[in-house]
Structure formats: C-alpha cells, structure tokens
Design a protein around this ligand. Structure first.
Ligand SMILES: O=P(O)(O)O[C@H]1O[C@H](CO)[C@@H](O)[C@H]1O
Ligand SMILES: O=c1cc[nH]c(=O)[nH]1
Length: 289
C-alpha cells in the first residue's frame, strides 16, 4: 500500500490538515462551502448547536447541527486554485488514514454545496435571481493537472464553445464539467434556476471588466451572451464552480454551486446590499442538504 510522504499530505503538529487546520472527525459528510470567511458565521448562526470552530488564513470552518443534521460549513476564499486546496484536504480528512498515511479501504462520499455570489449574463437572470451551476465552464486550468480529466469533461460542449465564441485567447482552453445531477435536483427544487456558469480565473479582465487595462477580446462577453448549445445559454459568472464540480466528480463526491446574482452585467445593475438576499438562499440549502 502506498504511504503518502509528509511533504505531500502535510499534517500539522496538532494532527490537523495543513491549510484548513481541521482534524479527522471534525468534518461532517454534508458540507456547505462559501467564499467569504464571515459567511461561515452567518450560516452557522442558524445551527442549533456548534461542535467545533477552526480558522486559518481564509479558511474558516464550523461544524454543528441543524435540525438533526450534522453539517460543516467551510470558507474557501476566492478562486479555483483555492478549491484545489480545499477539496484535496476535505477528501484527505475522510479518505486518508492520518496515522498510516494510506488511503482508507472504505470510501466516504462527501456532499458539497457551494453558496456564492455571481454576475448575471442574461436579461432573464436579473439581480436577486438564484442560479445553480448545472454545468460549469472553467476558464482556469486546475483540472488539466489531474490524469484522465477528459473523462469528466464535456468535450463536445467545449468545442462548440470555442467555435461560437471565436475563442481568441489561445493560451487557455476553457473546459466544461457537470455538477452532480442528483444533488442539483435535491437542492434546486422549483425555485432555483438551473444554468450554465462560467468560473472565471479573475474578477476583472477574465469577466470582461475593463478598468484601466484594455481587454484581449473586448467582444467576448457579447459572444458569451449569445452562445446557445442545444438550447442551453450561459447564465452567470463566478470564480470556483468549475474546479469544485470537476475535482469532486473525479474523487467520487457529490458537489454543486448555487449563487445569488448580485451584479447585472447586461443592464449594468449592482446590488451591494446582497448580504440581505443571501440568507434566503442559505436557508434553502440548509433545509435541503
Ligand atoms: O461570494 P463568493 O462565494 O466569494 O463568490 C464570488 O465572489 C467572489 C468575487 O467577488 C468570487 O469568489 C466569486 O466566485
Ligand atoms: O460579477 C460578479 C459578482 C460576484 N462574483 C463574481 O465572480 N462576479
């Protein structure tokens, strides 16, 4: 059996995992992920009891009980690269024996729902809408570093994307992955829109925002808005759903992202008071996970 060396799976002196500072046993198999460390407290404020709370860098975790369900809420910060850290460490906490440093014989499946904020890309996705990423388009490259990533990707969708967007940023090839189908059904019910979400590798240029630096392809967002693949249109921008869905599928976990639209990129509207509309989405997810 392969023993994973200390430099590859880094375990802190207190027995916790390197970045998250969580110890095996402190994590539930039902996990709510959020970007903002403060949002962790907002989710946990609805818990009936708190079992543990741990914080390191942007990673803030609370495990507790909500209406008889043991749930962990973990913040991941911003970006798909952070998801690589969080997913690998969450998976290690349940599927690797920290004493023997070997992969456990019995697999534990995690259910992960990311609750985020997002920019809307269609008139039918105005500020205030809740959108689940049934499919994600990754502008990042995280998935490409893992073997057999092609088995998880929708290559036909990717090729159509390159064609319809007349893709000019040749140094990057966007990839397409699906969220867990059964989890999408469980969480969306009939009051959350199922969409196609772009996980951009930045908030400004990669989402078509031009401040001082000109864009490599100023027409890209227009083409994104017009894209249509067998009736599916691209609904929104955020920054993590692709690597979350892709890595989870490769590891055998159930994962999805649901976002509250706070920026209307088509009609240029912005809701800076989104901290009002997120609690409603948090309650929906807590009740359905
Ligand atoms: O509100 P969160 O969960 O952080 O999600 C969105 O907001 C951040 C950018 O402002 C990115 O992380 C993006 O994915
Ligand atoms: O426009 C937006 C709003 C929130 N998060 C994003 O990534 N983009």
């Amino acid at each position: 059996m392969r023993v994973i060396p200390p430099s590859e799976l880094i375990i802190n002196a207190d027995g916790s995992v390197f970045h998250l500072h969580l110890k095996p046993g402190q994590l539930s198999d039902k996990i709510i992920l959020v970007g903002d460390p403060e949002r962790v407290s907002s989710v946990a404020s609805r818990f009936d009891s708190i079992e543990c709370e741990v914080s390191n860098r942007e990673f803030h975790s609370i495990t507790g009980s909500f209406q008889g369900k043991r749930i962990s809420v973990v913040s991941h910060g911003i970006g798909t690269d952070n998801i690589d850290i969080v997913l690998n460490e969450l998976d290690a906490l349940v599927n690797i024996d920290f004493t023997s440093r070997t992969v456990k014989e019995i697999f534990t499946q995690l259910t992960l729902v990311r609750i985020g904020t997002s920019g809307g890309l269609q008139h039918f996705v105005p500020v205030g809408t809740y959108v689940a990423a049934e499919r994600s388009i990754g502008f990042d490259g995280v998935l490409y570093f893992y073997a057999n990533n092609k088995n998880t990707r929708d290559v036909a969708f990717e090729e159509e994307l390159l064609r319809q967007l007349d893709w000019k940023i040749s140094e990057i090839r966007p990839y397409v992955v699906a969220a867990d189908k059964s989890l999408i059904e469980q969480i969306t019910s009939n009051d959350i829109l199922k969409g196609v979400t772009i996980a951009a590798n930045g908030f400004y240029g990669p989402q078509g925002r031009e401040l001082r630096l000109p864009l490599a392809d100023p027409e890209l967002n227009k083409k994104i808005e017009l894209f249509n693949y067998n009736g599916a249109q691209i609904t929104n921008f955020e920054m993590e759903s692709s690597s979350l869905a892709g890595l989870s599928a490769m590891m055998g976990h159930r994962a999805m992202t649901v976002c509250c639209i706070i920026a209307g990129r088509v009609d240029k509207k912005m809701n800076t008071d989104y901290k009002e509309s997120l609690p409603i989405l948090i309650d929906k997810v807590l009740n359905r996970i």
